[in-house]
Structure formats: structure tokens, C-alpha cells
Design a protein around this ligand. Structure first.
Ligand code: GRG
Length: 318
């Protein structure tokens, strides 16, 4: 649970009404969605497939307790377009597999060289470096297989499947997530300017959030202005999420965040906290949440969960 003492500050705008963020209700809704995604992920990653080691490692990389925010966003994208979340579940699971692949590779000795992820030994610690590289590759391949399989879901127009795949592929490629990772490696140990920090995170973290939400909406037939509004939402969401990541790295609880506190400072990374200090970083994140809510002003109650998710980006403890 987040810190309830700050709750009053986190209000969400809905039309001209100001609603208080009901944290208890939100956490219940989040848990229901997370459980559903995890059940589907199990179904799409059969641990007993051959050869055993790679399937066990894929399962390990995916089943170790993430928040599942990206696949939840994909499902919400369908709901915003007036369609059932069920319709986009293969793509939602694909997005989580892509996220998990990026974490497995990010933890490798050649990248961030981390021993702990989500509070447990990283994939390469358990399965060895070569298997961890292959695990990431296999998760990425399975993700594209699942996105293609989404065409078989009732009510799906196959042309929208192609559009969604294009959106995701672009977001995670060299001008998206991979590009962000390259900048991160390139600027390691250097103090960088705010514009560079923003660019890095927009690519490394923001692009996948953006594709996650938009892929669900595109599959469910959304286009035009509403889709642009989702672009805006995810851009600000990614920023709020990243700033809170930086804040957690300074003031989080190691047991809850599942990795050592202070790693950004140890790795001499420029963060929103190192540039602005803790309080100003919090204020920046709060402004981003407001921008998330502004982006959703054209939607009604169907966007309430996403409004609350933006508040959660700020209140989260892990
Ligand atoms: C190596 C291909 C490749 C890409 C790496 C996304 C990425 C690029 C690396 C992930 C490492 C990282 C610390 C990214 C910044 C913030 C972030 C995306 C944190 C993890 O996301 P959460 O909090 O994770 O949603 P859970 O564990 O809840 O799924």
C-alpha cells in the first residue's frame, strides 16, 4: 500500500468534478487484473515444453512477481475503445513477455550486472549467462507469435493486428526501447542534461508503456484523436513512473522494491532526484499525473482505472 498520509494531495479530475483517489478500491481492482493476466501468462508459457531448461527459464523470468502494469494497460486500451479486455489478452501477455525479456537482458553482466530482480536472483544467476540471453530472445519471439495469434480472437479485424504489431515493434526497436538502453549505456557515469534524461526515459521506459496501451486500443478499433490522447497519457505516465522510480531508489524500502536502494548513485546515474532534489522531483511527478488526467478528459468513466493508475505511478512503493 502507498502512503495514506499523502492521499489528500492525489485528486483526479473527471470532467469538472474533482474525485479523490480511492486507494483501497484501486488496489483491489489492480489485484483482480493482475491475477487474470498471470493466469493467462501461465497458459501461454508451458513449463513442460521441450527442451526443459529454456522453458523453465522463461517461466522463471516471467513468474517472479511483477506488477503487470503494461499488460493491464493493453486490456484497458480495449475497454477504452468499448470492447472487452478478453479480446486483447494474447497481445497483453506478449507485452509482458517483452518487458520481462528487457529485464533479463538489462540484468546481464554486460549491461547493468544485477544479481537481484523483483527480490529474487536474476535469470543469469540461476540459469547462467548464455541461457539468460536465449531466454530473453525466446520471450521476444514468443511475444510476436502471440500477437499474431491475437487475430484468431472473436471480433478482431486482422488489419488491426498488423497495425498493433507495427506499433509494438517500433516501440521496442532501435528508435524505441533499445535506443533508450543504448543511450543509457553510452551516458553511464556522466552527468547529463534534463533534455537528454527525458529523451532516454521516453525511449527506454515510455515507449513500451505507450505501445502497451495503444496496442489494446488499436486492436479494439480505436483511431484518430482518441488514440492521440492515449499517446499523451502514456508520455506523462512514463515520466511520472520514472520519477517515482528515481525517488524509490533513494527513499524506498529494499525489501519491497526487490533490489538494493541507492544503486543509481552507486552507478553515477543522472536521475530526476540528482538533478532537482527529492521534493522538486515529487512535484514534477505530481504535475505529470495531472497531465495524465488532462489527456483523458475526452473519456468518461471507462477511463477511471487509468486515472487511478496515474496516481498509483506516484504512490507506488515498488
Ligand atoms: C536490454 C533490450 C534491453 C532493454 C532494456 C526497459 C529496459 C531497457 C530495462 C529495464 C530496466 C529498468 C530499471 C528500467 C527503468 C524502469 C523500469 C522499466 C522498471 C521496471 O518496471 P516495473 O516497475 O517492473 O513495471 P515490474 O517488476 O513490476 O514488472
Amino acid at each position: 500500500m502507498g502512503d495514506c498520509r499523502h492521499l489528500k494531495k492525489y485528486l483526479r479530475l473527471q470532467g469538472d468534478k474533482i474525485m479523490e483517489f480511492d486507494q483501497t478500491r484501486f488496489y483491489e481492482q489492480l489485484q483482480v487484473r493482475k491475477t487474470s493476466i498471470e493466469q493467462h501468462l501461465q497458459r501461454y508459457l508451458p513449463v513442460e515444453a521441450y527442451p526443459p531448461v529454456i522453458h523453465q527459464a522463461m517461466n522463471y523470468a516471467v513468474s517472479n512477481g511483477g506488477k503487470r502494469l503494461r499488460p493491464i494497460m493493453t486490456a484497458e486500451g480495449a475497454i477504452l475503445a468499448g470492447k472487452p479486455a478478453q479480446m486483447v489478452i494474447p497481445t497483453a501477455c506478449a507485452i509482458e513477455m517483452i518487458h520481462c525479456y528487457s529485464l533479463v537482458h538489462d540484468d546481464l553482466p554486460a549491461m547493468d550486472d544485477d544479481d537481484l530482480r523483483r527480490g529474487q536472483p536474476t535469470c543469469h544467476i540461476v540459469y547462467g549467462e548464455a541461457n539468460a540471453i536465449l531466454t530473453g530472445d525466446a520471450l521476444l519471439s514468443r511475444a510476436f507469435e502471440l500477437m499474431a495469434l491475437n487475430a484468431a480472437e472473436p471480433g478482431i479485424d486482422p488489419r488491426n493486428v498488423v497495425r498493433a504489431i507495427e506499433e509494438v515493434a517500433r516501440a521496442i526497436g532501435s528508435t524505441g526501447m533499445i535506443g533508450g538502453q543504448v543511450l543509457d549505456l553510452q551516458w553511464e557515469g556522466q552527468q547529463i542534461r534534463l533534455e537528454d534524461l527525458q529523451r532516454l526515459h521516453l525511449l527506454k521506459t515510455g515507449a513500451l508503456f505507450q505501445a502497451a496501451l495503444k496496442a489494446g486500443a488499436i486492436l479494439a478499433g480505436m483511431s484518430g484523436e482518441p488514440l492521440k490522447a492515449l499517446d499523451n497519457y502514456t508520455r506523462h505516465f512514463g515520466l511520472a513512473f520514472q520519477i517515482s522510480d528515481d525517488i524509490l531508489d533513494v527513499s524506498g524500502d529494499q525489501e519491497i522494491i526487490g533490489k538494493p536502494v541507492g544503486s543509481d548513485q552507486k552507478n553515477q546515474k543522472t536521475t530526476y532526484v540528482s538533478l532537482f532534489g527529492l521534493e522538486a522531483a515529487r512535484e514534477l511527478a505530481r504535475q505529470s499525473v495531472e497531465e495524465c488526467h488532462n489527456a483523458l478528459c475526452g473519456f468518461g468513466e471507462e477511463a477511471d482505472f487509468l486515472r487511478d493508475l496515474a496516481c498509483f505511478a506516484l504512490l507506488r512503493e515498488s
